[in-house]
Design a protein around this ligand. Structure first.
Ligand code: MRU
Length: 344
C-alpha cells in the first residue's frame, strides 16, 4: 500500500506528489518549516494527508524546543501549530489534527519535556494509523454500494496519496475491487493542478485497477451515454447539514450526476466533518496562485499575458445533490450525518 507520509529516523518523510507520475521521490523534512512549505506547495495534499503531515510537523518541531518548563515548552509548540495552521485554509483535517496535538500536550502537563516530546511523536503516528483504519472501514461500507462491472467516476485524488493510506473515495473502489467486483474507474483530470491525471491514474495503475482518464468537461457526455453508474468523491470539509466542500469541479459533477440520475456519494472520515460549520457557505475556499491556471503544470503558458484569472481551489456542493456520505461508521443521508457522526 502506498503510504505518502512516514515518521522515519526522527524526520518526516513525504512522497513528493509534485514529482508524480514521472518519478517516485521522497522529501526528508528535518524542520517543521520545510513540512509547512511542502503542504503549501502541494508536495503533500489531500485533506487527511495534510492533517497527518501537520501533526508530524508539530512532533518534529517540538524536538528542537530547548525550554524545560511546561509553559515555555507549550508556548513553543503553539507557535509551531500556528505556523502549520497558516498553510492551507480549507481542509478542516489540518485544524482537527493540530487540536489533537494540543490536547495531548495539555493532557500531560505534569510530564517532563523529554516525555512530552515522545508523546507528541506517538500521537502523530497514532493519527496516521487511525486514518488508515478509518479508510478501510469507509471502504468496507462504500463497497456495498457498488455492483459487479460498474463504472465509477471520481474527481481529484482521494486515494492513498491523499490520506495516511488506502484512501477514502479510492478506498471504496479498492475494497470493491478486492471483493472481486471487477469495477472500473473514470478519473477526471482535475484542472488546474491535474490531481486526477497525475495522481489518481498513477495510484490505480499501481493496484492494476482499470482506469480511464477524461478531461473534466467530458463527464456530462459520458453520463448521457450511460457510461457512468456512480460517482464517489472525497471531501475537504463537510458542514453539519451535509454540505460538502471538495476540489473545484466537484459541484459541476454533482449537478451533472443529478441531471442524469447518477448517484453521487462523498467518502469522508470524522476528521473531515466540521462541527462548528452549520452549512457549507461559511467554509473558507482557498484561492491559489493564478499561475496554476495560466500555465500547464507551471511550464507552458496557455493564455495571453495580463489575462484576468480566478483560481479557487475548491467549491461547495449543497447537501441536496449528495445521495449519501460514506464514513467509517456507515453511510448517512446528508441530513442524518450530524446525528450519526457527532452524537455518541
Ligand atoms: O488541493 P488538494 O489536492 O489538496 O485537494 C484535494 C481534494 O480536494 C480531495 O478530494 C480531498 O482532500 C479529499 S482527500 C481524501
Amino acid at each position: 500500500m502506498i503510504s505518502p507520509i512516514e515518521w522515519k529516523d526522527g524526520c518526516v518523510r513525504l512522497l513528493d506528489q509534485q514529482a508524480l507520475p514521472h518519478s517516485v521521490t521522497f522529501l526528508d523534512c528535518d524542520d517543521y518549516r520545510v513540512v509547512a512549505q511542502a503542504i503549501k506547495d502541494l508536495r503533500v495534499r489531500g485533506a487527511p494527508a495534510i492533517g497527518i503531515t501537520a501533526a508530524m510537523g508539530v512532533a518534529l518541531g517540538a524536538q528542537t524546543i530547548k525550554e524545560k518548563t511546561f509553559d515555555a515548552f507549550s508556548n513553543g509548540v503553539l507557535e509551531i501549530c500556528d505556523h502549520l495552521a497558516a498553510t492551507r485554509p480549507t481542509a478542516v483535517n489540518l485544524f482537527w489534527a493540530l487540536n489533537q496535538m494540543k490536547a495531548v500536550l495539555n493532557a500531560h502537563r505534569d510530564s517532563s519535556v523529554v516525555d512530552l516530546k515522545a508523546y507528541l511523536v506517538a500521537e502523530a503516528c497514532r493519527i496516521l494509523e487511525e486514518d488508515v483504519a478509518m479508510n478501510r472501514a469507509i471502504g468496507r461500507h462504500g463497497a456495498t454500494l457498488l455492483a459487479k462491472g460498474q463504472t465509477v467516476m471520481t474527481h481529484c485524488n482521494a486515494g492513498s496519496l491523499a490520506t495516511g493510506g488506502y484512501g477514502t473515495a479510492l478506498g471504496v473502489v479498492r475494497a470493491a475491487w478486492d471483493e472481486g467486483k471487477k469495477i472500473s474507474v473514470i478519473a477526471g483530470e482535475t484542472r488546474p493542478v491535474l490531481q486526477g491525471a497525475r495522481l489518481t491514474v498513477w495510484e490505480l495503475q499501481q493496484d492494476k485497477i482499470p482506469v480511464t482518464l477524461i478531461t473534466d468537461n467530458m463527464a456530462g457526455a459520458l453520463m448521457r451515454k450511460g457510461c457512468i453508474q456512480v460517482c464517489v468523491v472525497g471531501a475537504d470539509r463537510v458542514a453539519t447539514n451535509g454540505d460538502v466542500v471538495n476540489k473545484i469541479g466537484t459541484y459541476s459533477l454533482a449537478v451533472l450526476a443529478r441531471a442524469h440520475g447518477v448517484p453521487f456519494y462523498v467518502a469522508a472520515p470524522r476528521s473531515t466533518i466540521d462541527p462548528a460549520m452549520p452549512d457549507g457557505d461559511g467554509i473558507p475556499i482557498e484561492e491559489r496562485d493564478i499561475g496554476e491556471v495560466a500555465n500547464v503544470l507551471g511550464m507552458t503558458r496557455i493564455t495571453p499575458e495580463h489575462t484576468e484569472i480566478y483560481n479557487p481551489a475548491f467549491d461547495m456542493t449543497p447537501a441536496e445533490l449528495i445521495t449519501g456520505i460514506i464514513t467509517e461508521r456507515g453511510i448517512f443521508r446528508p441530513n442524518d450525518l450530524a446525528r450519526g457522526m457527532l452524537e455518541c
